[in-house]
Design a protein around this ligand. Structure first.
Ligand code: AMP
Length: 418
């Protein structure tokens, strides 16, 4: 029997690579003083409907439990984290820096880099919406990929305030902007142009279409004409300067005022990070400033976050031939040559394990040839064995499998001498 469509089993090599990457990413988060939170794998369906609208139902795993509660496997972790925040963490001193790492579930069409069960690592910064704080979030996003060892990636940054102000100018009220934002998000320029022309917004249409070509911050300034657009531009400009002060490699950062992120709850700065080598599923991370307080009937709190696609990051690392972490090497294989020596072999195995060594203990007495055969199969560093003679003299025989030399070490000194 196979794992369900869109899900995967992970063998020892894959798990070693996954844990290796997880460790590196966690380490970066720790140095930025982010704290881990965890929420359930399933939530009330209503949470995701309230966040993303009824259309989300087609894209998620929802179900009724045995008492008729409507539940859903989480498709992402921002809504659950904010639910938890408003329920239990509201009183924590600000700014509050949270991170999560866990599996998410979406009823997506499976393909390379797209799964029905996948892992997201993400952060939420709560209570600070200054450009400097936003810049630090962007710096963190970049550093995660730097520490992962990825060579080729680009961070694109935009601001919804600029797009929204232009749409207003073109006669599209805030409440009617959603479909156009979706065209922009999907880069469907034909549909966008048509929709704007229908509203007589030729000039704004022109400007928005020019957005799709520009890459430098300075090119954007003259296009941010209205006061609202200018405020947004200035936020972007200050964030840019702070990002440089934080030592970001600015050759990896581009302006992209066409990032729309499709969803209503984003409020300002938005960004996406891609690995251009990956083709269609190249987006590794996405995020922005948002406001989900309305979903919970709470007072607004400045919120900013991103989610990193962990599986896709691993695919990107494989493509760029970054060597993955491999399963740890066995330090010692330990065997008794006769049944009477087994209790002593077991005692020594425990001493070595307590000292942090990885030890494989043969469960049955073995011959030397068989022990050495197994040692090379599992690529052990040392083979340690003892028979009647060794037992009497309180020593063990040690074969160094890298050099091929064999020696005798007193049992009492084994852990310190190996
Ligand atoms: P999103 O929550 O849609 O902004 O996704 C954040 C990141 O998660 C994306 O940039 C992808 O890297 C990753 N991601 C989203 N959907 C999937 C999926 N079905 N399979 C694998 N990774 C995904």
């Amino acid at each position: 029997m196979q794992a369900p469509r869109g899900t995967r089993d992970f063998g020892p090599n894959e798990m070693a690579a996954r844990r290796g990457l997880e460790e590196r990413l966690r380490n970066v988060l720790r140095t930025y003083h982010y704290h881990e939170v965890a929420t359930p794998a399933f939530e009330e369906l209503e949470l995701f409907l309230a966040k993303s609208g009824p259309g989300i139902r087609d894209e998620i795993y929802d179900f009724k439990d045995k008492s008729g509660r409507e539940l859903a496997l989480r498709p992402e972790l921002t809504a659950p984290t904010m639910r938890f925040y408003f329920a239990n963490l509201k009183m924590e001193p600000k700014p509050l820096r949270l991170f999560y790492f866990g599996p998410c579930y979406r009823y997506d069409r499976p393909q390379a880099g797209r799964y029905r069960e996948f892992w997201q690592l993400g952060i939420e910064l709560l209570g600070d919406e200054t450009p400097n704080a936003h810049a630090e979030v962007l710096r963190l996003a970049l550093q995660l990929f730097e520490e992962a060892g990825l060579k080729n990636f680009v961070l694109r940054v935009g601001h919804l305030g600029i797009l929204r102000a232009l749409l207003e100018e073109a006669g599209v009220k805030r409440a009617d902007q959603a479909p156009l934002m979706r065209y922009i998000d999907k880069k469907d320029l034909a549909a966008l142009e048509k929709a704007l022309q229908e509203r007589g917004g030729e000039k704004a249409a022109d400007t928005i279409l020019r957005f799709f070509q520009l890459e430098r911050l300075e090119e954007l300034r003259p296009l941010a004409a209205s006061p609202d657009a200018m405020t947004a531009f200035q936020h972007l400009e200050s964030t840019w300067a702070a990002l440089a002060a934080l030592g970001a490699d600015m050759t990896r950062v581009r302006i992209d005022p066409t990032i729309a992120r499709g969803l209503e709850y984003y409020t300002g700065l938005v960004f996406e990070l891609d690995a251009p080598d990956l083709g269609a599923e190249k987006q590794l991370l996405g995020g922005g400033a948002y406001d989900l307080s309305g979903v919970f009937n709470e007072q607004p709190i400045a919120s900013m976050g991103f989610a990193l696609g962990f599986d896709r990051t691993l695919v990107a690392l494989e493509r760029t031939q970054v060597p993955p972490t491999t399963p740890g090497r066995v330090d010692v294989i330990l065997g008794a040559l006769v049944p009477e020596a087994w209790p002593e072999a077991a005692r020594l195995a425990q001493i070595l394990r307590k000292s942090g060594r990885v030890v494989e203990l043969e469960s049955q007495p073995v011959g030397i040839k068989k022990l050495l055969g197994r040692a090379s199969q599992i690529r052990a560093r040392h083979a340690v064995f003892l028979g009647t003679k060794e037992l009497e003299r309180k020593v063990v025989a040690v074969k160094d499998l890298d050099t091929g030399t064999q020696s005798e070490i007193s049992a009492a000194e084994l852990a310190s001498k190996l």
